[in-house]
Design a protein. Sequence first.
Length: 228
Amino acid sequence: VPEYYPVVRETCDRYDLLWIADEIMTGVGRTGTFLAIEQWGVLPDLVVLAKGLSSGYVPLAAILIQEKVFRAFRDTKTAFIGGHTYNSHPVTAAAGLSVLNYLEKRRVIEGVGKKGRLLSDGLRSVAERHSIAGDVRGKGLMWGIEFVQNKKTRQPFDPCQKVTHMVTTRAMENGLLVYPVSGCADGKSGDGILICPPLVISNDEIEILVNRLDETLGTVTDELCNSV
C-alpha cells in the first residue's frame, strides 16, 4: 500500500510523535536503496540499523536520528548517559566503515535493483509451477514466499504438518539456505521462507538459487501429496 508510510509520517507530525523505523534487516541496501523507507519518499525520526552494516563480520548496530531529535538531546539540562561497555569498539567501527566504503566504491546498491528484478522473475516463475507456493513479495534482494494448501483461498497448512521445516530441510539438502517463517497467518498457522542473498550475488548464482528452490518445492509438494 504505497500510501501507508506517508500517512504514518503525517500522523506522527500531527500529534508530535516520534516515528522509529526498524531497518535492521531491510537497511544498508538490502531492498535497492540504502534505507528501504526511502522508496516511499518519507523519513522517520529515528532509524535502527545492524546486520548488513558490518556485513555480518562483527556485531554492529547504529541509530540514525533527525536533526530535531539531536537537538532534544543536545539542549536538555539533564545529562544523557548513552555509553555501554563495548560502545564504539574500534575493530567494529573499522568493519562498518569498510563495508560502507565498499558499497560506495563498488556501487553495490545500484546493482541491487537489477538483480532484484531477475530474482523476482525467477521466484514468481517457480511459484507458478508449484501448488503449495502462494504469495511472492519483496523488494530488491529481500523476498518472501508463503506456502498454502489452496492457491485461490490462501488457506494455510495445519501447523502439525511443519511445512516450513520441510522446505528448509530439503533446501539445505539441495545446497540452498533460506530463512524460515512460521505462524505468520494467525500466530500459529502460516508457513513461508525469506530469501535474502548477498548483495554481491551474480546473475549466474541467482539462476542457481532459483533452480535449487524449484527442485526443493517440487520435492516437498510430492511429499505432501503422498502423505495425504
